[in-house]
Design a protein around this ligand. Structure first.
Ligand SMILES: N[C@@H](CCC(=O)N[C@@H](CS)C(=O)NCC(=O)O)C(=O)O
Length: 215
């Protein structure tokens, strides 16, 4: 069975969990306790890859790390190439490049928010920071989305990723009300809707890390 390993956090793993749920793949959600013992002292040393990290995905003999690569592996394994912007048969489509570009841009956006929120002045300056650093990316995504339901036109992993980024933004900016129709759309995908009602999904966004942030 496929194993996805990560901390007791949504973090970099949650959009991968959403993808696994969407694909209706049986998997073990291996959660590491925050004290890090089991990960750093045992599993990290034993994971059969030169690049051990969290999240990781184990599929038999195959070990995949790097959060932006794991979804690509899954889409290819299950031959759902359109989830990564390719044609249905896995052949090249220009959308594949757009997919990779936007995925990287969204990761940067998320990392930048996390880094900004670790600075004490974030609490006072966050609206200004939003205007200066984040708003433009959201405007661009809005333009890319246009009248479509999903970022690439069809549903792709980008939509799960963007959904999670929006959730992180909602956490730091509770009054922010953007892309609400998009959020509803993702939450109403039957597999996602079912997952969101389960216990596993109760892993909170940042619960145990709250004291690292100023918000
Ligand atoms: N570039 C990696 C970064 C992974 C990473 O920073 N993982 C953090 C949690 S978000 C971690 O605690 N890794 C465990 C380790 O360093 O051993 C990715 O995108 O997957």
């Amino acid at each position: 069975m496929i194993v996805l390993g990560y901390w007791n956090l949504r973090g970099y793993a949650q959009s991968i969990r959403l993808l696994l749920e969407y694909l209706q793949v049986e998997y073990k959600d291996k959660i590491y306790h925050e004290n890090g013992d089991e990960w750093f002292n045992v599993d990290k040393k034993e994971l059969k890859t030169d690049f051990p990290n969290l999240p990781y995905l184990i599929d038999g003999d195959i070990v995949v790390t790097e959060s932006l690569v794991i979804p690509i592996y899954l889409a290819k394994k299950f031959k759902k190439y359109e989830l990564i912007g390719q044609n249905h048969d896995g052949s090249f489509n220009q959308k594949e490049i757009t997919f990779l570009q936007i995925l990287q841009i969204l990761k940067d956006l998320r990392d930048q928010l996390n880094a900004s929120a670790k600075v004490p002045s974030f609490k006072q300056e966050k609206d200004q920071i939003f205007k200066e650093n984040f708003n433009l990316i959201f405007e661009k995504i809005k333009k890319q989305l246009g009248e479509n339901s999903y970022i690439l036109g069809n549903l792709s992993y980008l939509d799960f990723y963007f959904y999670e980024v929006l959730k992180v933004f909602q956490f730091f900016y509770p009054k922010l009300s953007i892309f609400t129709d998009f959020i509803d759309r993702i939450e109403n995908i039957p597999q996602i809707k079912a997952y969101l009602q389960t216990k596993q999904n109760k892993i909170f966004l940042f619960d145990r890390m709250k004291n690292q942030f100023y918000f």
